[in-house]
Design a binder for this molecule. Structure first.
Ligand code: NAD
Length: 435
C-alpha cells in the first residue's frame, strides 16, 4: 500500500549552487555568441518543478517518507525528456541542473525534445524488492498528471533499472486505464521497449570515441582505459572498447576498484561482481590490485571514462589526472574549473552532453516505435544511433577547431544555437517592437 502527498519544497533541498554555476556558464555563452537576451531569460529557470513526498509502508509495517521531484526545464523543442534517479543524496538543485543539461543534450542530439529530470532521495540497497516496487509505483502516482507521452517522458538513470522502469510503466498504464508505453522509455522489450536500449549510452560514447580516434591520436591496440563505475554504462563501455582491442586497466564501483596494467576482462569482472556484489577482488591478466576510486581517476592511462557520479574531477585532483582523453559518460563528472585546467593542459574532455547522449537518442527511437506501433530490428537502431553520434560529433569537433574552444564549449554552442532558433522562431523583442 502506498500513499502520496504533495509537499512544499524543503529548505534543505533547495540549497546548492550547481544550477547557479550552469546558469553563469550559459550567460557567458549567450554573450559570447550574441544570442538574443530572450533565450537566456527563458533558460534561466526551470519551466516547472514538482516536489512530492512518497509515503511508503515498509515490509515490517513501519511508515517511511521519501522526498521526490520531477523537473520540466524547457520544452521549446518538444516534450521534456529525462531519467529518474534513485539516490540517497539526490537534491533538488541536482535534479534541476540535470534537467538543464538534458535540454542541451537533446538539442545536441537534434531530438524533438526539451529537458527534464526526476529523482527520489532513497538508498535502494536498503530496500527489499517489494519496498522498491512500492517506491517506484508511488513515484508515478505522485507525478502522473505532470508527465505523459506529449508532455514529459521518463527514462532510467542511476539505480533505476529495467524492472523499476517496468513497474513505473505498468503503474502509468493502470492510472491512464490503458496500456501507455510512450510516457516512459528504457522499458524491457516485453513492455514495449526497443532493441538496443540497454547498451545505448555506452555505445553512443563508444561511437563518438571511435569516430574521433585518429584526431585524438588513439590506437586501440596500444591504448589503455580506466573506467569509474561498473553499472550499466561503465560495464558496456568496457565490453565494447575491450572487444576492439583497448586495454581496460581499471574499473570501479561504489565499494572501490581494481587495477591491472596487463588488462582486465570485463566479462569476468562482471561475473565476479554478480557473485560478490563488487568488482573488488576480481582478477585480471597480471598482478591485479585493489585501488580506491580516487586513485583510479589519477592512473596513467590514455582514456579515462567517468561512468558513475557527477563532481568526481575537481580542482582538488585535476592536476593529478594523467589521461589524455576524458570521455564523460556520467553526467557532470568534471567541474567547470577542473575542465578549464585540463583543457589548458592539452587534455581533451569529450563532454557529457555529447558523449552520453546515446541513451536519450535511442530513447527517442523507442518513443517513435511506441507511437507507430512498429518495432525495429536491433541493427536498424544501432545504425541510426551511429549516424546521430557521428553527425553531431563531427559538428562539435569542427566547432571546437574553428572557434578554438574546448569540446564542451563547442557542444554548448551547438545545442544553444538550436534552442535559440526554437525560441527566436516564436518572435523576439525586435519582432514585437516592429523593428
Ligand atoms: N543509463 C543511462 O542510459 C544513462 C544515460 C546518460 C547518462 N547516464 C549517467 O551515467 C552514470 C552511470 O549510470 P548507470 O546507468 O550506469 O548507473 P548504474 O546504477 O547502472 O551504475 C552506477 C555505477 O556507479 C557505481 N558508483 C556509485 N557510486 C560510486 C562512487 N562513489 N564511486 C565509483 N562508483 C560509484 C555503482 O556501484 C555502479 O557500478 C550516471 O551519471 C548517469 O547519470 C546514464
Amino acid at each position: 500500500m502506498t500513499e502520496t502527498s504533495k509537499a512544499n519544497l524543503p529548505a534543505a533541498t533547495v540549497n546548492g549552487d550547481m544550477l547557479q554555476r550552469a546558469r553563469e556558464n550559459l550567460r557567458l555563452a549567450c554573450d559570447k555568441l550574441n544570442i538574443h537576451p530572450d533565450v537566456f531569460e527563458e533558460l534561466k529557470w526551470p519551466r516547472e518543478t514538482l516536489a512530492a513526498t512518497l509515503l511508503i509502508r515498509m515490509d515490517d509495517g513501519s511508515r517511511r517518507a521519501f522526498q521526490a521531484w520531477r523537473c520540466r526545464y524547457n520544452d521549446r523543442r518538444g516534450p521534456t525528456k529525462g531519467g529518474v534517479r534513485f539516490h540517497p543524496r539526490v537534491t533538488l538543485d541536482e535534479i534541476e541542473t540535470l534537467a538543464f543539461w538534458m535540454t542541451f543534450k537533446c538539442a545536441v542530439a537534434n531530438l524533438p525534445f526539451g529537458g527534464g529530470k526526476g529523482g527520489v532521495c532513497v538508498d535502494t540497497k536498503t530496500l527489499s524488492p517489494t519496498e522498491l516496487e512500492r517506491v517506484s509505483r508511488a513515484y508515478i502516482e505522485a507525478f502522473a498528471s505532470f508527465i505523459g507521452p506529449d508532455r514529459d517522458i521518463l527514462a532510467p538513470d542511476m539505480y533505476t533499472n529495467g524492472i523499476v522502469i517496468a513497474w513505473m510503466s505498468d503503474e502509468y498504464s493502470a492510472i491512464t486505464g490503458h496500456p501507455s508505453p510512450t510516457a516512459i522509455t528504457g522499458k524491457p522489450i516485453a513492455f514495449g521497449g526497443t532493441e538496443g536500449r540497454t547498451d545505448a549510452t555506452a555505445r553512443g560514447g563508444y561511437y563518438t570515441l571511435r569516430y574521433l580516434e585518429s584526431s585524438l591520436g588513439l590506437d586501440p591496440d596500444k591504448s589503455s582505459v580506466a573506467i569509474q563505475g561498473f553499472g550499466n554504462v561503465g560495464y558496456h563501455c568496457a565490453k565494447l572498447l575491450h572487444a576492439d582491442g583497448y586495454r581496460i586497466v581499471a574499473v570501479s564501483d561504489s565499494r572501490g576498484g581494481v587495477y591491472d596494467p596487463d588488462g582486465l576482462d570485463p566479462l569476468s569482472v562482471m561475473e565476479h561482481k554478480h557473485k560478490t556484489g563488487s568488482v573488488v577482488g576480481a582478477k585480471g591478466h597480471g598482478k591485479t590490485r585493489k585501488i580506491s576510486n580516487a586513485e583510479l581517476l589519477e592512473l596513467e592511462c590514455d582514456v579515462l571514462v567517468p561512468a558513475a557520479l557527477e563532481g568526481q574531477i575537481t580542482t582538488e585532483n585535476c592536476d593529478r589526472v594523467q589521461a589524455r582523453v576524458v570521455l564523460e559518460l556520467a553526467n557532470g563528472p568534471v567541474s567547470a574549473e577542473a575542465d578549464a585546467r585540463l583543457t589548458a593542459n592539452g587534455q581533451i574532455i569529450v563532454p557529457d552532453i555529447l558523449a552520453n547522449s546515446g541513451g536519450v537518442t535511442v530513447s527517442h527511437l523507442e518513443w517513435v516505435q511506441n507511437r507507430s506501433g512498429y518495432y525495429w530490428e536491433r541493427s536498424r537502431v544501432r545504425d541510426a544511433l551511429r549516424s546521430t553520434m557521428e553527425t553531431e560529433t563531427q559538428a562539435i569537433w569542427t566547432l571546437h577547431n574553428e572557434l578554438g574552444v574546448s569540446m564542451r564549449e563547442a557542444a554548448y554552442v551547438h545545442g544553444l544555437r538550436r534552442i535559440a532558433e526554437a525560441v527566436e522562431a516564436r518572435g523576439t523583442q525586435a519582432y514585437f517592437d516592429g523593428q
